[in-house]
Write a new protein. Structure first.
Length: 429
């Protein structure tokens, strides 16, 4: 168990994936995608590749100068081959090029190639550690501390200290302190990132829970409203069914057929409706008994919005009667919520309200311009959730979002085929 962290660091371990961020990236023009096969170019990775190139050239030149000076001063009979300068440049640059995508692999590469630059430095130069190699190794060490498990980070630090003790015991103390500072700083960054990520995840879950609660609350309110509207019409049908014997005027066939069909259908609908929706009441077990609003009361909403400072223009097209209570109620609520949002977030704006009936669909559009003053604070978004839920329950659609001019638009499509058919059948009976 004691050797497991070292096995993870040297062989089996892996690092966390790099954090995704679009803030430090730029889009790649289409003409350059042949050379750069990506849609966006990361500025961080580009800077690291540039740094790796600089470290490679600098370290290679330093190693070449060291060998020439050592040969000139008599410390070496002949200069070292050019291969050693090339390997020194690779040892300093390759880990930096790898550290963003594969930090643990970058450290392993630096750890394996480190003896080459150290041997060259110890034999041809006074400093035990070249400056470029130190910079490269510290960058990789920081990446390991930020992106790897703490056991792996501790093992990497221990191996670094042991290597410093073996290579140059006199500098072991300063290497230990510097490596510890880098590791602790990177580990602190890792802890902060983890806490921030967990907080963001908790906030996301809280928003999902709030949205789900808003959907349930809106469904309960819609269910209460539909219960009142539909139950009223079903009760009327039941009363008409009881009047069939009078209309039949003694005709047994008409009496039996009409009474059986209408009464059975009406009572079955009422029983099913009460079973599904009747339990959805308020906290005191009461239901609302007031008549539900429809499109005939849109002018009241418009008047209230105008009194609040909005310039509202209403446009109607097509016959708007006979839509059915459910469709009229949902359309009224959508217009009401849209005007309320405009008053809250775009005071003094110009608002256009369109009510268009095209065939078997009712199309709503409420669009406002940019407000003349500062709007209120952003809400929880439950109003939009409720509007979408209303449209969805009727089999329709609703889209809402900002406009290119800086305003906001709500567009809904509500099918009215079922409502119209139900009304015609009731009239026939």
């Amino acid at each position: 168990m004691a050797l497991q962290p070292f096995a993870l660091a040297l062989f089996r371990g892996d690092a966390d994936p790099p954090p995704r961020s679009r803030r430090l990236s730029i889009p790649v023009p289409r003409g350059l995608r042949v050379l750069i096969p990506a849609e966006r170019l990361s500025l961080v990775r580009t800077a690291e590749l540039l740094m790796a190139l600089i470290l490679f050239l600098t370290t290679q030149n330093m190693a070449r100068d060291w060998t020439m000076q050592a040969a000139a001063s008599g410390r070496m009979w002949v200069p070292l081959p050019e291969t050693f300068a090339l390997l020194c440049g690779i040892a300093a640059s390759l880990p930096v090029a790898l550290r963003d995508r594969w930090p643990l692999a970058a450290w392993r590469t630096a750890f394996v190639l480190l003896p080459i630059s150290l041997w060259t430095s110890l034999h041809v130069s006074e400093p035990p550690y070249p400056a470029t190699t130190v910079l490269s190794y510290l960058l990789v060490l920081y990446s390991v501390a930020v992106r790897c498990d703490r056991r792996i980070t501790l093992a990497v630090w221990v191996l670094t200290v042991l290597t410093a003790w073996i290579v140059h015991p006199n500098s072991m103390a300063i290497v230990t302190v510097v490596a510890a500072v880098i590791v602790l700083f990177g580990y602190n960054v890792r802890v902060r990132r983890t806490a921030t990520s967990r907080l963001a995840e908790e906030e996301r879950r809280s928003r999902l829970a709030e949205d789900a609660q808003a959907v349930l609350a809106e469904r309960a309110r819609i269910a209460r409203e539909l219960h009142d509207v539909v139950a009223h019409h079903m009760s009327v049908i039941a009363i008409q069914a009881e009047a069939v014997p009078i209309r039949a005027a003694g005709d047994p066939v008409q009496l039996e057929a009409g009474l059986a069909e209408i009464r059975n259908l009406s009572l079955e609908a009422i029983a099913e409706l009460r079973q599904v929706l009747g339990v959805l009441r308020d906290q005191d077990g009461r239901t609302e008994t007031m008549p539900q609003p429809g499109l005939d009361r849109v002018d009241e909403l418009v008047a209230n919005a105008r009194s609040a400072g909005l310039a509202v223009l209403v446009k109607r097209s097509g016959p708007l009667d006979g839509l059915g209570p459910a469709v009229e109620l949902s359309a009224y609520r959508i217009v009401q919520e849209s005007l309320s949002n405009a008053m809250r977030h775009a005071p003094g704006a110009a608002v256009g309200v369109e009510l268009v009936r095209e065939g078997d669909e009712l199309r709503l559009r409420v669009a406002n311009s940019r407000g003349a003053g500062d709007g209120g604070p952003p809400g929880a978004g439950q109003g939009l959730v409720g509007m979408r839920e209303r449209a969805s329950l009727l089999g329709g659609t609703l889209a809402a979002g900002p406009t290119p001019s800086g305003g906001f638009e709500v567009a809904a499509t509500l099918p009215i085929t079922a409502a119209r058919t139900g009304t015609n059948e009731a009239d026939d009976r």
